[in-house]
Design a protein around this ligand. Sequence first.
Ligand code: SF4
Length: 448
Amino acid sequence: MLKVVSVARGGKGEALGIQPGDQVSRINGEPIRDHLDYHFAMADEEVVIEVLRDLRRLELSTFVPAGEDLGLEFEAEKIRLCGNDCVFCFIDQNPAGMRDTLYVKDEDYRLSFLHGNFVTLTNMKTWELERIVRQRLSPQYISVHSTNPEIRKRLLKPKVERDILEAMGYLTSHGIVLHTQVVLCPGYNDGDDLLHTMEDLARLQPEVQSLAIVPLGMTSHRRGLPKLEPVSPEVARETFELVRPYQRRFRRRFGKTWVYLADEFYRLLGRTVPAAAHYDDFPQLENGIGMTRHFFQALEGAEDLFGEALRRGERAFTVVTGELFGPILRRALRRTLRRTGELDRIRLRLVPVPNSFYGRGVTVAGLLVGRDILTGLQKARRRYGTLGERIFIPPATVNDDGLFLDGLCPEDIASELGLPVSTRAFDPTKPLNLYEGEGAHEHATSCR
Ligand code: SF4
């Protein structure tokens, strides 16, 4: 059931007499368990809505033309939690002092469909698998890790076990598209096990459309957790040599690479990331697969990077990044600025920020917290005497509400340093401009 929290003035819901506190229990006879059920049910134009109010059951009929709705707002629904205790779980490695939501171990197939969150399927009931098929909640993003039940059990330590291949077979046999991932944990699921997993999943093509192999993330907050080895350059090389022939074979046979290695592998190997064609349509960009190449593409398509800032008279900037991307970004920016003719017109300082919050082993920009960014910038200012006229911070460091992982926001940094701060989403389909444009966010005053 969905509990109504507000009814829009002048909307159809109000005309029907629906009130805050009412519970929508059925539409056209179908039970309404959550927002997805509601939206599916409202695809019909003729609707009979069953509402529960103070132990009374009301039936309300109306016609809702396509594109309109009842103007109802519902209570936020409970997110399903995972039933695992994965040895590599990043949430268990979170230090104290972060946003509350970052300690929630969600695992919800509805969020997988809506936002691409990964699920292991261990908490799924049979009726939920059937629902995915019935309501075509496709694609789903599946954390497989290993198709060997014993190894998967050692990795996930699930409360309830589920045969992953059987569950995926059920979904794929009904045409549900799946994107999959393996978090590589040396000594658990690398080598031969990875090979078997890859072959098992390849048999589920074309519905299984991609497999991403990402190294486990290790922070310096693992006290009391199982001992794990990070992915070393040697493991990265073995994995690369194992995966490469398969990528070639899949490309010949299916016209796509299908199995992708995270950028971290190429960094560990000292290799340049593959060309854009290798990543096909970047099916797992949100998972960090092909992020570097995607960024290069954005730079290649850029007509200028700081044009708007230059037109406003600004000349000197500081760009923040993580330690992983620092050297790559330095070269790429230099190349691009030379091409766009901006190199001699601006002064640019790149500040790769060390991650003290999670530990120096975590080097990606997306896991930088506000406090570390501020400290890194303060150090840079002491060292160089200036940060220029504007600071650019990677958009991946803030959530949709504009907050860093530790709850600070770009405005805090702006007010602390007395400089405007911009975050910017790179999108290769649009001209890139580091100053303004689609997805740009300016931060100069308080976020609170
Ligand atoms: S599925 Fe595993 S990695 Fe994901 S939140 Fe649960 S315990 Fe953590």
